[in-house]
Structures are given as structure tokens and as C-alpha cells.
Write a protein that binds this ligand. Sequence first.
Ligand code: NAD
Length: 497
Amino acid sequence: MAEGKTVTTECETRLLESVPTGLLINGEWRGASAGGTFDVEDPSTGKVLATLASASTEDALSALDAADGAQASWARTAPRERAEILRRAFELVIERTEDFALLMTLEMGKPLDEARGEVAYAAEFLRWFSEEAVRDYGRYLTTPEGKNKILVQHKPVGPCLLITPWNFPLAMATRKVAPAVAAGCTMVLKPAKLTPLTSQLFAQVMVEAGLPAGVLNVVSSSSASSISGPLLKDARLRKISFTGSTPVGKQLIAEASQNVLRTSMELGGNAPFIVFEDADLDKAVQGAMMAKMRNMGEACTAANRFLVHESVAEEFTAKFAEAMKALHPGRGTEAGVTVGPLIDGGARKDVHALVEAAVTAGATVVAGGAPIEGPGYFYRPTVLADVPNDAEILRTEIFGPVAPITTFSTEKQAIAMANSTEYGLAAYLYTRDYTRMFRVSEQIEFGMVGFNAGVISNAAAPFGGVKQSGLGREGGSEGIAEYTTTQYIGIADPYAD
Ligand code: NAD
């Protein structure tokens, strides 16, 4: 573990005490009800950080009452007013970067520097959608027959249920809340039970920024399905936006079909990281470190399979393993720490089982390969070489600091290997050849491609996947469209008698 200065516990305690522990419903923080309470743990120590009210079904329905009650007036607010609330929220989040970063490090485990990076990324959605709020254009045109007119306008889709995962506690919330606010939707946000504190603080900031009561309701809960089940059955809800695993996403799509809801689904990934024979190998290793190790590998965009041309595999593997061995696991608040713990004991067990199965199937451990003893759920940064093509680890979302490497001999083979998954979120290509970048990008079935780039998330870009990685896009100009519905008004020929 890395040695270094620990951020004072006093500072942590003060921050934790400032986070609201109740449910935000209709502009008021309410205490625990029949749902009771639940604890939030620090994954690097296993210690309890805070105890929150756990929303019950009745609380969820009260939150929807509030969202539904606020919808009509919120939809009529001036886009500029919504934009300015988002802009103020952006500034408040940036001002409180250190608080948000520390809170995420405490409840999720990522190193402080990475948490600061997430604050900047997350805040950008508030700024981006403050700019988009006033630019949601419709259109007006004459029919091809030349007589009648066509008017197309966008309207907010209505009350939304937003469900977020634990891995990016702030960014996953702002990526949904900001476009919903910009479009004029009201919402019920249910954060992941493992990392709800960041959303609780974020909701407080949104209230401070001037968001009217009922627009954003937050129902943290230890029982996700007792929130989502009843809300998805309620005809007042018009949309669900979910980020999380593919199995839960599929279940929610099925439930949402009952009321034919608009759905946005940001689901799992199995990103190939393809290194061609002409790649700059040092840059490829740098990119691999970012694509694999950001968030300890707990990212939907994390490079999950390293497909390396056979002529450069040995050199790439040696350099990559060296970089992985130089990392410093530890509590994310400590200086010098570059890798935090996994989110819980179950996650670490699953990661280790995949490594063991790969080794049994013939893979070689080049770095790491085992859990780290002691408090917290740490796992050694791991590189596996010679991983057989049919190994389970190449088909499963690893969600941990493990890099399996396999080889290919032709571009055609690399494309076929990349596509042999039910997922289609992110893919990474390392090559100096721009024509190859276009050729391969056209043939691989992924919603996002990193070309000589290990991190591609950006508020201005459409984030999302194809196949079982999801439906819809977050960010970019596409992001706000997920929260609007299109109305067409057919206008009779204004020249007719
Ligand atoms: P998860 O599916 O277990 O949980 C996500 C959210 O859904 C949490 O809020 C959880 O409480 C809730 N949930 C769980 N079971 C539910 C149910 N039966 N009904 C309703 N809600 C339920 O996922 P996770 O472990 O929190 O996050 C990791 C997963 O999220 C990975 O698969 C990762 O790839 C994916 N992810 C995707 C993106 C993306 O943009 N595509 C981004 C981040 C994470």
C-alpha cells in the first residue's frame, strides 16, 4: 500500500455531517419513514460513513406526486431561467470541488485526483446543458405539395425516473439531471445504495442554485425495486433513464413496456482495446493505463480485452506490465495513491474468480493476480498474457484492475474478435494509419471509438452504446433529445380562401 499523508478525519467528519441524510421530496428533506435507514460504507476500510433514510414505496409515490405536481409549471418556465439554474449549479459544484471529490473518494474509493477529475467532468454536463437549454430548435416548413405548413416543436417528455450506478456517483447524476432540467422535465432520482452521499449533496446544490420544489426529488433507498416497480406502473411517469448493468436494464425495459415509457439505457460494456502493428507502443501503453485503470477498472468504458497484433504483443505486454506494477494501491485520500479498492467484497471475489478461471484455461500472470490482504477490498493491478480466445474473462465485464491480453494476426481477425460480444459501448484503436481508423470504425459495432485515445468521455459528445450496451445517448446535442417529445402541428394553407 502507498505511504502518505492522510486527509484529516476531522475534515472527513465535517463533510459527512454536512450531507443531508433524508429524502428530498417536494423541496423538503424528510426523515426516515417505514423504509427505515441504511448504512453507507467506505470500501477502503469497511467502516460505516453515514446512515441515510431509506425510501419506501410510499416515499417514492410521494416523490412522483411532487414531480407530477410541478411538471406543468416547470415546463412553462423560460428556457433561460432553466439555463441559469444549471449555470449556477455548475459554478457551485466547481466551487465545492474538494467536498465532492472527498465525498466520492470516501464512499466509492477512487483516488482523490481521479475524484477531482470526475467533478470537472460531471460539472461540465451542467454547463453544457445550460447552453443547450436555450437552443432546442424546432422547425417550420412548407409541405412538398406547396400549400400546407408543417410546424414541429419539442416539449418536455414529463416526469422521469433516473436510476444511477455507484461507479461515477456525481457524473452519472449530472448526465441525467442536467438535460432533464434543460428540457423542462421533473424527476425522481434514485442513486445507487452503495454511493448515495454524492447525490444527496448534489441535490442540495441544485436547491441552492434555485431549482423549484418538486422538480428534483431524491429517494435514496436500500431497496431499488420497491422504488422502481411501483413508479414504472404509475401512468404519471413518462420516462426512465437508467445507467447500470445489462441484466437490470433488461428487466427495467420489460417493466417500462407496460406503460410504453420512453427509455434511455446506459448499460454494460466489454470494450476491446486493439493495438495494431503500426501503433506507437508507448502511447498505446499510456492509453491502455487510462482505459483500463481509471476508476480501478470499474467503468462501463473500461478496456476489457486487449487485442494486440502478434508481432508487437511481447513488447506491449512487457511495457504494460511494468506500468501496472508501478501503481500504488491504497486509500484514495492518501497522497501518492493511484489505485483505490474495489467497491465491495463481492466485487473483488468475482474479479478474482475470473482471473483464476483464465489461469486454469491457460493464461499467464505477468503482473498481480491476487487480492491484497488487510482492510478494504483491494486487488493487485493485474496483466494476463496468452489468454485463450474462448476464456470467460474475455466475454464478461470484469469491472476490476485486470487486463487480459490476446493476439491477432490480421485486421479482419481483429474486427471479428472485437465484434464477438453482445456488448457494443466503447472500443479503442491504436494505429498510425488514419485510413485504417475509418475502415475499422465503420466495421466495428460500438457506439464510441477512441482513436489513439484512452479516455473519450466528454459532455459535448454523444455517449452511449449499441447492441446490449443500451439505448439512447447522453451528452452532446443528443442528450437533451432524450428528454423531449416531438409534436407536429399541421397548418392549413394560409392562402386558401
Ligand atoms: P446495477 O445494475 O447493479 O445498479 C445500477 C442501479 O440500478 C443502482 O441504482 C441500483 O440500486 C439499481 N438497481 C439494481 N437492481 C435493480 C432492480 N431490480 N430494479 C431497479 N433498480 C435496480 O449496476 P451497478 O453495479 O451499480 O453499476 C455497474 C454497471 O453499470 C456496470 O455494468 C457498468 O457497465 C454499468 N455502467 C454503464 C454506464 C454507461 O454509461 N453505459 C456507466 C456506468 C456504469
